[in-house]
Design a protein around this ligand. Structure first.
Ligand code: COA
Length: 247
């Protein structure tokens, strides 16, 4: 079974993270698969909207730490960079249904989505600094713009998590629903029934103000992130994670 499953129903492509035994931690292969699926969906006329979701109890525990250690994504041709480029440029409505842990990129990718629905179990966190890393996926730009500088700085600098209610109040998610996938899929189908060019133009207009600045920030973040990945601070944090339960 693929670690990313995809199914298309009535114009809505659902991409599901399917590595529940590892809390859907994202490997290079999974990023590559997601990037390819999004890039294909961007050009396939029959696909009108995409929903990102997950199998099991959690959305994702973020980047796979073993993969980070073995294959640090340090250049623009890496699968992580391709995924980030794909979500930045995705021209059609991108929705997400989130439950359980949404760590690191599990939260930052949501900043690129058009509509996110979370289950009351959702727990968001961006513990980059705690891991010796820096914010990624444009989050150092998008998150303070969303919640204000000080709330963003506190969350980034403490590594603290926040729940669905807080995420709703911040505007990170559009709704809370016990069946987040069902709710997100319903919205995706409503959007899929709309005139597709009007929807894509609406999205382009909504995203236009930030696009170029965001793209520049993502490039800068990526460079700093690549350096940080090779730092002693990151090595120590990763070893601590690996040592837990004798991983
Ligand atoms: N990379 C690789 N494997 C991961 C992972 C990650 N980011 N997060 C979780 N897993 C794996 C664990 O190794 C474990 O597998 P195992 O039983 O084979 O050892 C399984 O997923 C369940 O995780 P576990 O740590 O046992 O669950 P928990 O409920 O005790 O803790 C977290 C949940 C999210 C707090 C904890 O898993 C964690 O801190 N993960 C790392 C998150 C992270 O730092 N991500 C990177 C952000 S850039």
């Amino acid at each position: 079974m693929s670690e990313i499953t995809s199914i298309t129903t009535e114009g809505v492509l659902t991409l599901s993270l399917n590595r529940p035994k590892k809390m859907n931690a994202l490997t290079r292969a999974m990023y590559g698969h997601l990037a390819q699926s999004l890039n294909s969906a961007a050009t396939e006329a029959e696909i009108k909207a995409v929903v990102l979701t997950s199998e099991g109890e959690h959305f994702t525990a973020g980047n796979d730490i073993t993969d980070f250690m073995d294959n640090p994504p340090t250049d623009e041709s890496s699968e992580v960079a391709k995924f980030l480029g794909a979500i930045l440029e995705f021209p059609k409505p991108l929705l997400a249904a989130v439950k359980g842990n949404a760590v690191g990129i599990g939260t930052t990718m949501l900043l690129h989505c058009d509509v996110v629905v979370a289950s009351p179990t959702a727990k968001f966190s961006m513990p980059f600094a705690s891991l010796g890393l820096v914010p990624e996926a444009g989050s150092s730009f998008l998150f303070p713009a969303l919640v204000g500088y000080q709330r963003a700085a506190k969350i980034f600098m403490t590594g603290e998590s926040f729940d669905a209610k807080q995420a709703f109040e911040m505007g990170l998610i559009a709704a809370i629903d016990v069946d987040a996938l069902d709710a997100a899929t319903t919205i995706a189908h409503q959007i899929a029934e709309q005139p597709p060019h009007a929807i894509m133009n609406t999205k382009a207009l909504l995203k236009a103000r930030n696009h170029d600045s965001l793209s520049a920030v993502m490039k800068a973040e990526f460079e700093l992130f690549a350096l940080a990945l090779q730092s002693d601070e990151a090595a120590q944090a990763f070893m601590k994670f690996m040592a837990k339960k004798g991983r």
